[in-house]
Design a protein. Structure first.
Length: 185
């Protein structure tokens, strides 16, 4: 197994900065949803770590559910644009306040797809909280209500975000030089 230090370019967001920003987001979301019945929806697997930390910072009552989508295949480092639902919600969201939590948004295609799908289920409200935003990569306009950090157009990993299912455990967000990670056949 490769060690991330072989190909990391830099630490883009430190563990301390993540902890601080997650606390701020938790406080803001708690204020915005005060007195309301909130359903937090985690998009697996990249947003697991972020969602777990974020929900622990919420001071309001809430429920949690998960969805799993794929637009990247194993060994692919760019989205295919074809979104597949691997695991759907178990909770009926009709008439509910829903907060969708995502790890990263770049093109916006995956997020636009899931938002469109969820809107057909008639939630009372549907907002988005994303850890990382690559605004310069946006191809599809999507409304993002809560943003952890804006990041440059680099391949990122850590804090739940993987490279070939590795390095999710790292407490920071790093940028990767994939030319050093991907070995030619």
């Amino acid at each position: 197994m490769q060690d991330y230090t072989e190909f990391i370019d830099e630490v883009l967001v430190s563990a301390e900065a993540i902890e601080q920003r997650v606390s701020e987001l938790g406080a803001q979301i708690s204020r915005d949803y005060a007195g309301q019945d909130l359903l937090v929806v985690c998009l697996l697997r990249g947003a697991m770590t972020f969602t777990a930390d974020l929900t622990r910072k919420l001071t309001i009552s809430h429920e949690l559910d998960c969805m799993s989508l794929s637009s990247y295949g194993r060994g692919n480092y760019a989205s295919s644009g074809n979104v597949r639902v691997n695991l759907d919600l178990m909770t009926n969201i009709e008439g509910r306040h829903v907060l969708l939590v995502e790890d990263i948004i770049d093109s916006g295609r995956t997020l636009a797809h899931v938002l469109s799908m969820l809107q057909t289920r008639e939630p009372l409200s549907l907002r988005v909280c994303v850890l990382l935003d690559k605004k310069m990569r946006r191809e599809v306009p999507v409304q993002v209500d809560y943003v952890g950090f804006d990041v440059p157009d680099k391949y990122v990993f850590g804090y739940g975000i993987d490279i070939d299912e590795r390095f999710r455990h790292l407490p920071f967000i790093g940028s990767a030089d994939l030319t050093r990670y991907i070995r030619p056949a």
